[in-house]
Design a protein. Structure first.
Length: 276
């Protein structure tokens, strides 16, 4: 297992924390070389130091996925330094604009920034690597979507309703994009899949919990993390949240040769919360 991705180059956006970092850890432990981008320069420096100390070959750079030229430049640098990109993991995401957790309703800026990062940023990322993968007739693209991109289930959680909001709509778009891109790239021996995480305690979900606390009297005396855990226990058959490495393990499977006949699929990694 430690050599599963030996000599493979894995490119991850939004890689300094949460799912991005957990995924980087999984690939690092299995022998991959890493190219990690994010907007947080300080955390990128820490990440590069941390992984280099473990013997992982890694390059990092501050990249805004909404700026196509930025991400294309980092992809060129990665190919120049490592010779190729075998696996692309578009993970960078946004859930709303500044002040999101304090508002009852979504505003235009929430929709704009979430679309720019989660949809246009995703397209920019895959556009930046697919030409290279087509030339090599080889590649794995594993997109990070969300179970929230699945069919709405009706009444939302307490607090802000969860049926119509920019984040969930953007993640539905990511799933549809996965299907379309898999059809486009299949003839070039490129697999395209997505993982749909359930709930992890990340900065994203902390904002949601803070919003629930601010808007719903039932949560007024609860800590945001306790709100998070309460909803996990109430709605997830396994009764526990997912961890970043849970998602990383699923991504690594879809990027492996064990999944060579899997493409165009959206895999739930959600403790049974949604079953389709």
């Amino acid at each position: 297992m430690n050599d599963q991705f030996r000599d493979k180059v894995v490119f991850i956006t939004g890689g300094v924390r949460g799912i991005g970092k957990g995924t980087a850890e999984v690939f690092s432990e299995r022998g991959a070389k890493l190219a990690i981008s994010d907007l947080d320069s300080e955390e990128l420096e820490r990440l590069e130091t941390e992984f280099s100390s473990k013997g992982t070959e890694i390059i990092t750079d501050k990249v805004d996925v909404t700026v196509k030229e930025d991400i294309e430049e980092f992809v060129k640098r990665t190919i120049n330094e490592f010779g190729k990109i075998d696996v692309c993991v578009p993970n960078a995401g946004a859930i709303g604009s500044s002040g999101f957790s304090d508002r009852k309703d979504y505003n235009d800026e929430d929709w704009d920034i979430t679309y720019k990062v989660n949809v246009k940023g995703l397209v920019n990322t895959t556009d930046s690597v697919k030409g290279h993968m087509i030339e090599r007739e080889s590649g794995k693209i594993v997109i990070v979507s969300s179970q929230g991109g699945r069919k709405p289930r009706g009444v939302g959680d307490k607090g802000r309703g969860n049926v119509l909001n920019p984040y969930l709509v953007s993640k539905a778009a990511a799933i549809q994009f996965t299907h379309a891109l898999a059809i486009e790239l299949g003839r070039f021996n490129i697999n395209v899949n997505t993982v749909c995480p359930g709930r992890l305690w990340t900065s994203f979900w902390q904002k949601i919990a803070e919003n629930h606390k601010a808007l719903n009297p039932d949560f007024a005396d609860m800590d945001p993390y306790d709100i998070f855990v309460d909803q996990i226990k109430s709605n997830f058959p396994l009764g526990r949240p997912q961890e970043p490495r849970d998602i990383g393990n699923a991504i690594a499977f879809l990027a492996s040769e064990d999944a060579s006949q899997i493409t165009g699929q959206a895999l739930n990694v959600n403790g049974g919360n949604i079953l389709d």
